[in-house]
Ligand binder design. Structure first.
Ligand code: SAH
Length: 339
């Protein structure tokens, strides 16, 4: 049985038409679930009793559960337990421009990036749509706040769980749903080219971020397994196509790994690769983990890398750090729990 939180509005409309009800019922259900945050179907006063009974019969209302919260001033990190006892995490961050959340899309990940904690633990399964949606609902409730922007950058490769992630985006973007503007939603991918091309054709104006992390094939092969399937030059061509098709700027993520991808030569090579493209580069100070040997580049190295990109007319920022004290970044809370 499908969970009611799995349904984008258009699919819920189809359901109501299929039971000979007006499709407008879907709007009413969305208002209860996402505006009033009330899933006690029997209290849904504008829906007749026989329809309420039918809804209760046809859908499950299972919820994921918060089992741990770690906090510092600007960050809250959540560990959730799923119906099958699997664990995932989400991170809430306060910026001067609002509140953002980083959500997970899979339990573990199969992309096998050498520096990543989630990849070390391998994919166990895809998250269902409702398990992604509820990360937002539960965090908003626990933190007593509204979330302004969403990044799909937690555990998992979102384009490897395409359908559920697309449905998730539809639900949170819907103005009768959680109503987060498309420009405030970012999907981050390690570069599954065929899926990027599929995603680009959807009528969703969300931001795309690409985890590039390398400036040539040889290097990217070494640290990102996915490069053996979809290599960096094909990926760059694909990003150009994406930009031409959508007219939107793409974010290039580049994690700064000491002595691996952070030389002057790498910076120049990257600048060359991205020349003239409508992109901006986000340099990410690496979060070191106990299990992996990679180290974070020094501050000086990061600034030097930044300067070289700037001098070559590449838009670039250095990511502000959040919650490194509370194992906030990158799958580390779950990893502590998993033996
Ligand atoms: N699979 C998707 C989204 C999840 S990872 C992707 O690859 O984009 C989100 C980002 O965090 C990616 O850029 C990933 O490479 C990066 N990342 C993974 N482990 C990290 C770490 N320990 N420190 C900093 N960034 C990390």
């Amino acid at each position: 049985m499908k969970n009611l939180y799995d349904y984008p509005r258009d699919e819920l409309e189809k359901y109501f038409l299929s039971i000979n009800e007006k499709k407008f019922k879907a709007v009413q259900v969305f208002e209860w679930l996402y505006e009033k945050r009330n899933n006690d179907v029997n209290s849904w006063s504008n829906i007749k009793k026989d329809v309420r009974d039918k809804i209760l019969q046809d859908f499950s209302f299972e919820m994921i559960e918060i089992i741990k919260v770690e906090k510092d001033d600007l960050t809250r990190k959540y560990l959730f337990k799923l119906y099958d006892n699997e664990k995932i995490e989400a991170v809430l961050m306060k910026h001067d421009y609002g509140t953002s959340i980083c959500v997970s899309s899979q339990v573990g990940c199969n992309m096998g990036c050498a520096f990543c904690e989630s990849g070390r633990l391998k994919k166990i399964r895809n998250l269902k749509t409702y398990e992604i949606v509820q990360q937002i609902l539960l965090v908003e409730k626990e933190a007593n706040t509204r979330i302004d922007s969403v990044v799909i950058m937690g555990i998992g490769e979102p384009l490897d769980n395409y359908e559920n992630v697309v449905n998730f985006i539809k639900i949170i973007n819907d103005n009768k749903g959680i109503s987060i503007g498309a420009r405030h939603i970012t999907l981050s991918t390690c570069g599954l080219i065929p899926k990027i091309k599929e995603f680009m054709k959807l009528p969703l104006q969300v931001n795309l971020a690409i985890s590039l992390h390398a400036s040539n094939n040889e290097l990217r092969n070494r640290i990102m397994n996915v490069n053996k399937a979809y290599n960096i030059y094909d990926l760059i061509t694909c990003i150009k196509e994406y930009i031409a098709y959508t007219n939107r700027r793409v974010t290039i993520e580049y994690v700064m790994l000491d002595n691996v991808n952070d030389s002057d030569k790498n910076a120049l090579e990257l600048a060359n690769l991205l020349k003239g493209m409508n992109v901006y580069v986000n340099l990410i100070p690496y979060n070191e983990t106990n299990h992996l040997e990679f180290k974070r580049s020094s501050k000086n190295r990061i600034f030097r890398f930044y300067d070289i990109l700037k001098q070559n007319n590449i838009n670039v920022t250095i990511r502000k750090e959040f919650g490194s004290k509370i194992s906030a970044a990158c799958g580390q809370l779950r990893s502590k729990e998993v033996k």
